[in-house]
Design a protein around this ligand. Structure first.
Ligand code: GZL
Length: 328
C-alpha cells in the first residue's frame, strides 16, 4: 500500500474514532464520485443549525460529492480536531463553521501547508486572520441583519412623541461569534443617531432556547416594568424569551416588542400570532452555494472571497398568507 494509502488508512481510523466519540456519521452519497469534502459543523443548537446541516448534506448528495461530516457539539477544540482529521485524510476541500472568530490560525496554517482549500460556511473568522488561510466565506451579512432590525424599530416608533424613551434589552448569541458581534454592532450603530433609544442591558443566550428563557427572566428581574423592546440574536432565544414573558404575565409583541433573526417556521408562526413583531431572515440553506465553491476550488478555479445569500425580513405589517413553508 502506498504512502497516501497508508496516510488515508491511518487518518480514517483517527476520523472514525473522532466520529464515534462525537457521535457523528459519514454520509454515503447516492453514487460515490471523486470529490471528498470534510465538513465540520458546530452542533445542533437551533432549528436554524439543523436546517443548515441538512442543506450542506443534501447539496453534496445531489452532486455525488462524498461528505465527511463531524459535529463539534459546540466545542471549538472538537472542531479543530475534526479539521485536523480531514487534513490527515487528505480531503479535497475543507468546509467549516467557525464557532467563534478567533483560535483558527494554527489549524488553518496546517491545512494551507497540506494544500487543502478551506471554505468558511455560515460564520466568519476574525478579520485580523491572514486571509490567505482560507479561500472563501459563504454566509450572511450579519451587520446588515442588525441594521435591518434597527430600521424596523425606527419605523415602528416613528409616531411616538419625540422625547419618548425606547428602552431595549438584548439576548445575544454565542459570545465572540461573528453573528453575535456583527448583529449587535449593526443594530446599535443604526440606533445611536437617535437619543430616544436606550440599551438597558444585554444577556448572552448562546443561541439556545433554554438560555434565552433564563436570560429573559433575569432581564425582567433586573428591569421590571422598564423594558419596551427585546432584540434577540436568533429565533430560538426568542422562543425562550416569549415563555418567560408569558410566565411573568406579559404579552410578547405587545407589552414588549420582539425583533428576532433567522426566519424559522416557528418564528413566522409567532409573527402571524402577533407574539413577534419582526423577523430578519438569515437563511441556513447554504448547501448549493458552498458546494459550487468546493467544486470550483477542487478544479483549481478562482472563487469570490465572499458570497452572501439572498435575504429579506418579515414584519407584522406583511401579508404572510402566501409565504411558502420555511423548511427549517
Ligand atoms: C447565523 C448562525 C446562527 C443562527 C443561530 O448565521 O450562525 O447560529 O442565527 C445559530 O440560530 O445557532
Amino acid at each position: 500500500m502506498g504512502k497516501t494509502g497508508l496516510r488515508r488508512t491511518a487518518a480514517l481510523l483517527l476520523f472514525v474514532a473522532l466520529l464515534f466519540l462525537s457521535g457523528c456519521e459519514k454520509k454515503q452519497p447516492a453514487q460515490e464520485t471523486g470529490l471528498l469534502v470534510g465538513f465540520a459543523q458546530i452542533g445542533s443548537e437551533s432549528g436554524w443549525r439543523i436546517g443548515n446541516t441538512r442543506s450542506i448534506q443534501e447539496a453534496a448528495e445531489r452532486r455525488g460529492i462524498r461528505l465527511m461530516t463531524a459535529d463539534a457539539n459546540q466545542m471549538q477544540e472538537k472542531e479543530i480536531s475534526a479539521i485536523r482529521s480531514f487534513i490527515a485524510y487528505n480531503v479535497d476541500v475543507i468546509v467549516f463553521v467557525p464557532i467563534v472568530e478567533d483560535g483558527w490560525e494554527n489549524v488553518l496554517q496546517e491545512a494551507k501547508k497540506a494544500g487543502i482549500p478551506v471554505i468558511l460556511s455560515d460564520r466568519q473568522v476574525a478579520d485580523t486572520l491572514d486571509p490567505s488561510l482560507y479561500s472563501a466565506y459563504v454566509g450572511a451579512d450579519f451587520h446588515r441583519e442588525g441594521v435591518l432590525a434597527a430600521e424596523f424599530l425606527l419605523r415602528k416608533t416613528a409616531e411616538l412623541p419625540p422625547d419618548t424613551p425606547v428602552r431595549i434589552v438584548q439576548l445575544t448569541g454565542t459570545e465572540f461569534s461573528s453573528p453575535a458581534l456583527q448583529r449587535e454592532q449593526g443594530f446599535l450603530e443604526t440606533l445611536e443617531r437617535d437619543s430616544r433609544f436606550v440599551l438597558l442591558d444585554s444577556v448572552s443566550g448562546d443561541f439556545l432556547k433554554s438560555k434565552g428563557k433564563e436570560g429573559m427572566k433575569e432581564l425582567l428581574r433586573r428591569h421590571e416594568g422598564e423594558i419596551d423592546v427585546l432584540f434577540s440574536h436568533n429565533d430560538a432565544m426568542a422562543y425562550g424569551a416569549i415563555e418567560a414573558m408569558e410566565e411573568a404575565g406579559l404579552r410578547p409583541g405587545q407589552d414588549i416588542l420582539i425583533i428576532s433573526v433567522d426566519g424559522e417556521q416557528e418564528a413566522i408562526d409567532l409573527l402571524r400570532a402577533g407574539k413577534i413583531n419582526c423577523v430578519v431572515e438569515c437563511t441556513p440553506m447554504l448547501g448549493d452555494l458552498v458546494m459550487d465553491l468546493a467544486e470550483a476550488l477542487a478544479a483549481g478555479k478562482d472563487v469570490p472571497p465572499v458570497t452572501y445569500p439572498e435575504e429579506t425580513l418579515f414584519t407584522e405589517d406583511d401579508d404572510l398568507s402566501a409565504l411558502p413553508p420555511r423548511g427549517y
